[in-house]
Design a protein around this ligand. Structure first.
Ligand code: FE
Length: 143
């Protein structure tokens, strides 16, 4: 599903490689559980052939999901790791590059690796929980 290694100079920095054909979000979640990371930063790149990107409307307080089934570069992926109700909670945004080099992006629900997915994960070792916020309709940081 994935491979990882930790920096010998900084035991909080991990290099994470998600295998071809795997879904990115469950792989990162499994990695967090295995390493015990409950707060952190994720950044990386790669390629996918399917992605579901969400757009959050503050008016309706709902996500609108958009599915794309095509080969795309992960031009940039950025995210954070926290917990909600004792479970790992990932908040990931991504920009995907299409074959004509135009980009789409937003809140990442999930995506399937097609080629490679190379991530750096920084364990921040802080208490970072989340709680539902009535005003915004979002699960905001509880720091
Ligand atoms: Fe988001």
């Amino acid at each position: 599903m994935y491979k990882y290694t930790v920096s010998p100079d900084n035991s909080q920095t991990y290099v994470l490689s998600i295998a071809n054909h795997q879904d990115i979000v469950p792989a990162i979640t499994a990695f967090c559980k295995r390493t015990g990371i409950t707060s952190g930063e994720i950044r990386g790149l790669g390629a996918v052939n399917k992605a579901v990107i969400r757009y959050y409307s503050p008016v309706t307080k709902r996500y609108e999901d958009h599915e794309f089934s095509e080969q795309m570069e992960i031009a940039s992926l950025t995210g954070n790791i926290s917990t909600k109700d004792g479970e790992i909670y990932l908040h990931i945004h991504a920009v995907f590059g299409r074959s004509d080099c135009s980009c789409i992006g937003g809140h990442l629900l999930d995506a399937t690796v097609s080629g490679a997915c190379e991530l750096f994960v920084e364990n921040l070792n802080v208490k970072a929980g989340r709680k539902y916020d009535e005003e915004t309709g979002l699960n905001l940081y509880l720091l």
